[in-house]
Design a protein around this ligand. Structure first.
Ligand SMILES: [Cu+2]
Length: 102
């Protein structure tokens, strides 16, 4: 996780983004390029809606505090998500799509 944290810090310095995330308030505007890493726990999986709900730790690159939120995800990512599982995950730059988790 040291690498991921360093990366997140680098991204936070390098980028201003334009993502407004419900629940993150007005400070969520961040210009991140590439992807964003985080860690958390899967709280719910909704294959029908194509969403995964995570309780994630703080994500410096997006200026997010720890919180629970729901992300859109591709079917294979939704399939890999298991409720209750601790995961390391990757989001898109805007922080509104879950790209992968493990
Ligand atoms: Cu969040």
């Amino acid at each position: 996780m040291k690498f991921a944290l360093a990366l997140a810090a680098a991204l936070a310095v390098a980028a201003p983004a334009a993502a407004q995330h419900e629940g993150h308030g007005a400070t969520a505007a961040s210009a991140v390029t590439g992807t964003v890493q985080g860690t958390g726990t899967v709280k719910a999986v909704n294959p029908k809606a194509g969403t995964v709900t995570l309780h994630h730790g703080p994500i410096a690159a997006l200026k997010w505090p720890a919180m629970t939120m729901t992300f859109k995800a591709a079917p294979d990512v939704v399939k890999a998500a298991k409720s209750g599982k601790a995961v390391t995950f990757t989001l898109n730059a805007a922080g509104d799509q879950l790209l992968s988790l493990r």
